[in-house]
Design a protein around this ligand. Structure first.
Ligand code: SF4
Length: 402
């Protein structure tokens, strides 16, 4: 049994300190999937204790600095890589460190990303006891030949079992990630993936369109003709079918690629899209501090050293491992507010924009009217949102705010 039952007892639930989200990056995977461009590394062994120590040291470093020093935590997210490779006692010690450093909201959302090929009934019980209260499983597909193409280490049955075991371990917030527009995938296969995910009775489904990211084997294989991307009209049909099937099952599309039953949207990701502050610790993690409380200009962001070895070395020497740092200009901050916020179905609130930037959103972005007359955006006088057509062409809309 793993102990740390009090790991997420709020240390100061009444705190009125400004809140932020905490992201912890764990970069190790059992194998590198050929489509993946995340900061992740295939490993058969990993320096778990040393890495946990580095995460805790880095958190101690930032807990002494504004704006984090006077903040409180509302969401925590272990992402990767494959954080479920780490033992529950390791995550419990990280979470114990978190509550020792910051007030934590009574209703904190604590997510663990997991590969279905890396968990067991015992480890899931351990994660729950450690204070994790939301599981996000990278399932990607239930069709064996697609799992093979994607280089996944798990089969379809392991994915089904993972969700059932998580529920048995006490998780009531469970998300499943799927990918569509896989090479040679048919619309019928995608419909059957959606049906399988619904049968598992999860309350959150992420449905991502496969992208061929530069630097990945998939990108190379497509260039060589070993893989072919699907025609645009099939991708559009899959996206539209996703909206129909999940909508009919009671899921709301609350973001371009994310669907949830009422009350189950991922609060951690909503904080990103709503331009809230987040502290990212771990190799390659990114942070953003919005203006105010000692933050320069229109906000600051930075990224950590990507290599896990170098990350640990730098944290050991200086407490932090920043590799990049940027102060945002006003126009960058406005643009980011728009293209992040428009990803969400509830879009941009004109009053919030004015409060943040002392300027009307229509004055800051005169091309909003053009996007509306092109049928890509809609506005009820208060909120600017992607239209149904805009949802299909989101990337080209977002690009206009960069
Ligand atoms: S398991 Fe996830 S993070 Fe790791 S290589 Fe595969 S897609 Fe990337």
């Amino acid at each position: 049994m793993y102990s740390s039952p009090q790991a997420l007892e709020p240390s100061n639930p009444q705190s009125s300190a400004p809140s932020f989200s905490l992201y912890l990056h764990i970069p190790y995977c059992q194998a590198k999937c050929p489509y993946c461009d995340f900061n992740s590394y295939a490993a058969t062994q990993w320096p778990e204790q040393a890495y946990v120590d580095a995460l805790c040291s880095e958190m101690r470093h930032y807990a002494q600095l504004e704006p984090w020093r006077s903040g409180s935590i509302r969401t925590i997210f272990f992402g990767g890589g494959t954080p479920s490779l780490f033992a529950p006692r390791s995550l419990a010690s990280v979470l114990a460190s978190v509550v020792g450093l910051w007030p934590v909201a009574a209703d904190v959302e604590t997510t663990l990303e997991a590969n279905p090929g890396t968990i067991s009934a015992e480890s899931l019980r351990g994660f729950r006891a450690a204070g994790v209260n939301r599981m996000s499983f990278g399932v990607q597909s239930f069709v064996p030949r697609h799992l093979q193409t994607l280089g996944r280490i798990h089969g379809a049955q392991e994915a089904r079992d993972a969700v059932r075991l998580a529920r048995a371990a006490g998780f009531d917030k469970i998300s499943v990630d799927l990918i569509f527009a896989l090479p040679q995938q048919t619309l019928e296969e995608w419909e059957s993936d959606l049906a399988e995910a619904l049968q598992l009775e999860t309350n959150h489904i992420s449905a991502y369109n496969l992208t061929y990211e530069e630097g990945t084997p998939f990108h190379q294989w497509r260039k060589q003709g070993r893989l072919q991307s699907l025609p645009d009209e099939i991708e559009v049909a899959m996206f539209t079918r996703t909206q129909e099937v999940l909508g009919a099952a009671g899921f709301e599309q609350y973001e371009v690629s994310n669907y949830a039953r009422f009350g189950h949207a991922c609060r951690h990701n909503l904080n990103y899209w709503h331009s809230g502050s987040y502290l990212g610790v771990g190799a390659g993690a990114h942070s953003y501090a919005k203006p105010g409380q000692g933050v320069q200009g229109w906000g600051e962001r930075w990224g950590n050293e990507k290599s896990p070895g170098r990350y640990m070395e730098l944290v050991g020497k200086t407490g932090a491992a920043r590799a990049t740092h940027e102060e945002l200009s006003e126009s960058q901050a406005r643009g980011e507010f728009m293209f992040l916020g428009l990803r969400c179905r509830d879009g941009i609130d004109a009053t919030q924009f004015r409060a943040r930037f002392q300027c009307d959103v229509e004055t800051a972005f005169p091309h909003l009217e053009q996007l509306r007359s092109d049928g890509l955006l809609q506005c009820d006088g208060q909120r600017w949102q992607l239209s149904p057509r805009g949802l299909l062409l989101g990337d080209s809309v977002f690009a206009t705010f960069l």
